[in-house]
Design a protein around this ligand. Structure first.
Ligand code: NAI
Length: 396
């Protein structure tokens, strides 16, 4: 079929297998040139199909020859209907990994559930014995608690008072004011339940009890801090409360891991266009200004560049520097004073008329379409394309 983008607000309902494949191959090429010395060998990535998780899987596999198991929640294709992009990304990754002699298997389902945890542990036992790295890169709007069956929904709201500021509709380029009412009722608790650390801890507890964590095991989850411009809605909002909880969980997990000399870390990453971040109000305007400034300074990075730096310059480097709160920082370039000062200045000038010049709206838009395999260089979108693509190592 001929596959075209069908967008609805900040989501795209279609995905292009060839475009997704090309994105994966480009990331693989990037990592092949930057091997990770003393890197991981047996790796589980939760949230492995898109964004930071996909980049982590590729970096482990192609930087360090690691065997990877990827867990994710993606929609398979059906005749005439495309899969979700993470499905096609995983299919492309595994096809290439198998060609290159790398072990790669995937599990598609709700990682919050006990069933998926058990299935993953069984697979590790059978095929790998133990793992030495777990990347936790899950981003989800909902979670069904595995023990109580209660379903929680996360919200993106400020805490305490209404937040009013500008945002951009990146499809039309219109800069407009939005107001978001503050969290109420159980909003904070529910968001912490979905995006906080409880599920990460549950994974570790179950993996440890099964004896599948190797000596010197490491685990990393991803967090975000960001600028003063976004803090009311992000770091000081409901999602920030969840990130506080996630960060506190790292210390608890490190305690849990004492027996295997293990260590849990949170890595604070840079703001990037992903399916998760495009859903957050105000972030698109911030990102389009940030991209402009960081590209001008020659320090712009995408997910793969970020994660390559995480592995090579932080996690597997000789000295791992942590911030005052014990976190790994790869948002250091985003957070540089000169970068933030420039973004702040541009923010004051941003209108529908000025943004195309002072911001990188084009870069934002291209990145957004790229997430779904569209507008990718070298892909012939007029060519008939088979939407029915299998993931070779997908577990039944
Ligand atoms: P993403 O939307 O690209 O990836 C989310 C992943 O989670 C996908 O692999 C998806 O299949 C998986 N997933 C979602 N629900 C699932 C479920 N129930 N069971 C199994 N898998 C499930 O998101 P992104 O942006 O890569 O986010 C990953 C982490 O990085 C999140 O913790 C996010 O807060 C963090 N982060 C993101 C930043 C950004 O700007 N995008 C910046 C800093 C941190």
């Amino acid at each position: 079929m001929i596959i075209e983008p069908r967008t609805r607000g900040f989501i795209c309902l279609t995905a292009h297998p060839k475009g997704c494949e090309q994105n994966v191959l480009t990331q693989i090429e990037y990592i092949k040139e930057r091997p990770v010395t003393n890197g991981p060998k047996k790796v589980l990535v939760i949230g492995a199909s898109t964004g930071f998780g996909l980049a982590s899987r590729i970096t482990a596999a192609y930087g360090s020859n690691a065997a990877t198991i990827g867990a994710f929640f993606e929609k398979p294709p059906s005749e005439g209907r495309t899969a979700s992009p993470g499905w096609y990304n995983s299919a492309a990754f595994e096809a290439q990994a198998h060609k290159d002699g790398l072990y790669a298997k995937s599990i598609n389902g709700d990682a919050f559930s006990n069933e998926i945890k058990t299935q993953t542990i069984d697979l590790i036992k059978e095929d790998l014995g133990q793992i030495d790295l777990l990347i936790y890169s899950l981003a989800s709007p909902v979670r069904t608690h595995p023990d109580t069956g209660e379903r929680f929904k996360s919200v993106l709201k400020p805490i305490g008072k209404t937040f009013t500021d500008n945002t951009v509709d990146f499809h039309t380029g219109e800069v407009k004011e939005i107001s978001i009412n503050p969290a109420e009722g159980d909003d904070i608790k529910n968001t912490v339940n979905v995006m906080g650390g409880e599920d990460w801890q549950m994974w570790i507890d179950q993996l440890k009890a099964a004896g599948v964590l190797s000596e010197d095991f490491k685990t990393v989850a991803y967090s975000y801090i960001g600028s003063s411009l976004t803090e009311a809605v992000y770091r000081k909002g409901t999602i920030g409360a969840a990130k506080d909880d996630l960060e506190a969980t790292a210390f608890k997990i490190t305690d849990t891991l004492k027996g295997v000399n293990g260590q849990a870390y949170v890595s604070v990453n840079k703001a990037l266009v992903t399916q998760a971040s495009s859903a957050i109000p105000v972030i698109p305007l911030y990102i389009s200004l940030l991209y402009k400034v960081m590209k001008e300074e020659g320090i712009h990075e995408g997910c793969i560049e970020q994660i390559e730096r995480l592995f090579n310059a932080r996690l597997y480097a000789e000295n791992l520097e942590l911030d005052e709160a014990g976190r790994i920082r790869i948002d250091d370039w985003e957070m540089r004073d000169d970068i933030q000062a420039k973004v702040l200045e541009l923010w004051k000038q941003a209108t529908t008329e000025t943004l195309p010049n002072i911001g990188d709206l084009k870069g934002y838009e291209t990145d957004f379409f790229n997430l779904f395999g569209f507008k990718v260089d070298g892909v012939d979108y007029d060519k008939d394309t088979n939407e029915m693509v299998d993931i070779p190592g997908l577990q039944a």
